[in-house]
Unconditional design. Structure first.
Length: 396
């Protein structure tokens, strides 16, 4: 249970509660011997409410709702059953009333949803009824004085409840914001794993499978092992960057900045793809690709190409050629396309039966990322038997 006071003050709650339990009953010794019983009862109830208001909750297995509800019920019972002199409640009335307001504040702000209403109503009613313990028993008080006392007590009670409710709403908003930030962080990690690590692992698996298809000479084996090593190192680098970003105190921003590629990095990506298999890959870029898109949109464009090339490896291993093309007109949208010529007739037919947007989580995630930058993503058959992925993003 969180405290309502700053951490430096919260550690004094127990000493203050102990002090209230000792000090409030002390004036009973000054009462007339015939009135000490009634005075002790009134002082004990005031001390109980003050202790509930000051203690850090929960106390053992007792929650704040139980303690506050008990204090409110005891106070209301005393209002109904008190039969002593009317002067005695007047002395302890301010202490009990202020303590009840403190309990009400903590209840409205901290008690769980299903209990806050009943417990808050009991404590609020007790704070309104405390002044009546004195005014209703005055010889000449009458109902007019009691009504005035109730109204004067109602205004602070509503103010305390309203302030606590406002803080409760702020706390709920803060918790939702933290939950959203954590979810976004997990999604960033998942995207990083999918975009970079899975791409490299897919390449390693396909390279290893290709190496088993037939005998290779020493030079080919050395080249294959070198490509496997480089892909493994890139996957490890991606993992290290994501883990390092998560350890950073500013992890949200660090995670976004950990791996940000752009259009200028596409030739290297395509060259690695071209060197890793039998599929020929080419890239067509404008002369100054870095000036086409904002950095965040560039990262999305790079990931689109990365995902499209990974899908070629997975779903069209027989494709002979893949073309990556970036086109743009001044002040217009930038189009990034990845086109392959398909593979065997059976494989091409399987690709044709897929629906845009109904692919794996990669395609769905890329569609959402493109939409976040005001762009679109389309994927579909490309005659005669290929597949084409096109991402359109607003230019600078």
């Amino acid at each position: 249970m969180r405290t309502d006071l700053p951490s430096g003050v919260g550690r004094f709650r127990r000493p203050l509660a102990s002090l209230a339990a000792l000090v409030l009953p002390a004036p009973v010794v000054l009462a007339h011997p015939s009135e000490r019983g009634a005075a002790l009862l009134v002082a004990a109830v005031a001390a109980l409410v003050a202790v509930v208001a000051l203690l850090p909750w929960p106390v053992g297995r007792v929650a704040l709702a139980a303690g506050a509800g008990a204090a409110g019920v005891v106070s209301l019972l005393l209002d109904v059953c008190y039969s002593g002199p009317y002067r005695l409640p007047a002395f302890w009335l301010p202490f009990e009333w202020l303590a009840l307001l403190g309990v009400l504040f903590r209840v409205v702000r901290r008690v769980p949803g299903r209990w806050v209403g009943p417990v808050g109503a009991v404590v609020g009613l007790a704070s309104l009824a405390v002044p009546l313990r004195f005014t209703l028993r005055m010889p000449h008080g009458g109902w007019a004085g009691s009504l005035i006392a109730a109204v004067l007590s109602l205004l602070p009670t509503l103010g305390v409840a309203g302030a606590a409710l406002y803080l409760r709403v702020l706390d709920a908003r803060r918790e939702r914001a933290v939950a959203r930030a954590r979810r976004e962080q997990r999604l960033e990690v998942a995207r990083g794993l999918h975009d970079f690590v899975a791409h490299e692992i897919t390449g390693i698996v396909l390279e290893a499978q290709a190496g088993q298809l037939g005998p290779q000479d020493r030079e080919e084996s050395a080249a294959l092992l070198r490509r496997l090593e480089e892909a493994g190192l890139r996957a490890l680098d991606s993992m290290d960057e994501m883990v390092g970003a998560l350890r950073d105190p500013q992890s949200d921003e660090a995670l976004r900045e950990a791996r940000r590629y752009g259009l200028a990095d596409l030739p290297g990506l395509v060259a690695r793809f071209d060197a890793s298999g039998a599929t020929r890959a080419t890239v067509d870029l404008p002369s100054d690709p870095g000036a086409l898109l904002p950095p965040e949109a560039e990262a999305t464009a790079y990931v689109v190409v990365l995902e499209a090339l990974t899908n070629v490896r997975r779903h069209a291993p027989g494709a002979c050629e893949v073309t990556v093309r970036v086109t743009a007109a001044p002040g217009a949208d930038v189009e990034i396309s990845v086109t392959n010529d398909g593979g065997s007739h059976r494989r091409a037919r399987r690709l044709l039966l897929r629906r845009p947007g109904s692919g794996g989580t990669g395609l769905a995630g890329l569609t959402a990322r493109a939409a976040a930058h005001g762009g679109t993503l389309r994927a579909g058959p490309h005659p005669p038997s290929g597949w084409r992925t096109v991402c359109t993003l607003p230019g600078r």
